[in-house]
Design a protein around this ligand. Structure first.
Ligand code: SF4
Ligand code: SF4
Length: 367
């Protein structure tokens, strides 16, 4: 059965406007609780929290727990790399920051068609194989955002890959851009292990409209989060399901869910499909709050936060609160209508969202 993994990309912050300002005391409490409750797997990356997530691994995990007490994955940021000389520099920096002498898993980060080409031209696959041969990596993998065809071709060319990290949740299962179902089938065909990222689609599947929620409650009283995890947990070949937890309540709730991760039965599968259809009908913006788009926005627009608020527009009882949140956010950041359509954010979006068009929708809704 799949196990819960702690994604270290949404840790509590001291300053909400500074993604690198991790609140170490709070992060320490979360990490300790996760390990105390039986969790073991941590997922970080060179770029998470502006580089500070790997520092947290070193200071709060590796310095305080034996190496056999945790499983660690980090990732090579190909999007920040121009030449192969940078691979060993980054890799050694990661070992130093994480205070470890090997990584259990090491991924090429966020591969897509273009990035795979870049990785092959620069020899990134060869580099990680070499690090594995030297004992500095136990298992090789990549996280992936592209079509099932690209995944199939890549795995066929790279039998050294042991695990792929895929975006799978019930909303993306038949999404023609994400192709979660088909990517899952491809991974099974190649016999690689699967990690799941975005099981809650950046948290959006935790907050459903009353209409969607009522479809679930007609069947049982499991939380929205539990429905989503049970969907993913019932899939074949899944090793770890990631959750970017940032409160003790989330850790305790998630661990309790994973201790009772029954696969969905036929009726529940039918229901979750209807909920997915309802969410699509409601015009949800499929943002996962990864924040890859926000660095470098000349208008300092809080893109994922605005998209999150847009997705909250359905419940009349909450509408005043959402509106107030929108006003507060606009005071501290650029407004959606401040977008100058430079499009620099869109290239960075792994969900391939048309951010400029979507910001116009948000502006029409709330401004
Ligand atoms: S297109 Fe708009 S939101 Fe995107 S970076 Fe440019 S100004 Fe910011
Ligand atoms: S708009 Fe795209 S890049 Fe930006 S946070 Fe959402 S999913 Fe990530």
């Amino acid at each position: 059965m799949a196990e819960l993994a702690f994604g270290l990309m949404r840790l509590p912050l001291k300053d909400a406007n500074d993604n690198s300002s991790i609140d170490k005391e709070k992060a320490k409490a979360l990490i300790d609780r996760f390990l105390e409750l039986g969790g073991k797997y941590f997922d970080t990356a060179y770029v998470y929290h502006g580089g500070e997530s790997e520092v947290i691994v070193g200071e709060l995990i590796a310095d305080r727990y034996g190496r056999d007490k945790f499983i660690l994955t980090t990732k090579l940021p190909l999007f920040d790399v121009k030449s192969a000389d940078e691979f060993p520099v980054i890799f050694n920096e990661q070992l130093r920051k994480c205070h470890v002498d090997y990584f259990d898993y090491y991924f090429l980060h966020a591969l897509s068609c273009d990035r795979i080409k870049q990785a092959e031209e620069l020899g990134a696959f060869k580099f990680i194989q070499q690090m594995k041969d030297e004992g500095k990596i136990r298992h090789l993998g990549f996280s992936f955002h592209d079509s099932s065809k690209v995944l199939d071709e890549t795995l066929a060319r790279h039998p050294e890959i042991e695990l792929v990290q895929l975006q799978i949740n019930y909303l993306d299962w038949d999404n023609p851009t994400v192709e979660a179902r088909k990517c899952h089938e491809v991974a099974l065909k190649h016999g690689v292990d699967i990690n799941i990222m975005e099981p809650l689609k950046g948290g959006s599947l935790a907050n459903l409209s009353a209409a969607s929620r009522s479809l679930f409650t007609k069947v049982n009283n499991d939380s929205n989060v539990k429905w989503a995890f049970r969907f993913d947990g019932g899939l074949d070949g899944v090793k770890y399901i990631l959750s970017g937890m940032n409160s003790l309540e989330q850790i305790e709730e998630n661990i309790a869910i994973f201790n009772d991760l029954r696969p969905l039965d036929a009726k529940e599968k039918e229901t979750i499909k209807k909920v997915a259809e309802k969410i699509i009908e409601e015009g949800h913006i499929a943002c996962t709050s990864c924040h890859y788009c926000t660095d470098g926005c000349p208008s300092k627009i809080a893109i994922p936060e605005y998209f999150h608020l847009y997705n909250q527009r359905f419940d009349p009882e909450d509408y005043e609160n959402v509106l107030q949140e929108f006003k507060d956010l606009s005071l501290k950041n650029g407004k959606p209508s401040d977008c100058i359509a430079c499009h620099s954010c869109e290239d960075k979006c792994p969900q391939h969202l048309k951010i400029t068009e979507l910001l116009k929708k948000v502006a029409r809704q709330y401004e």
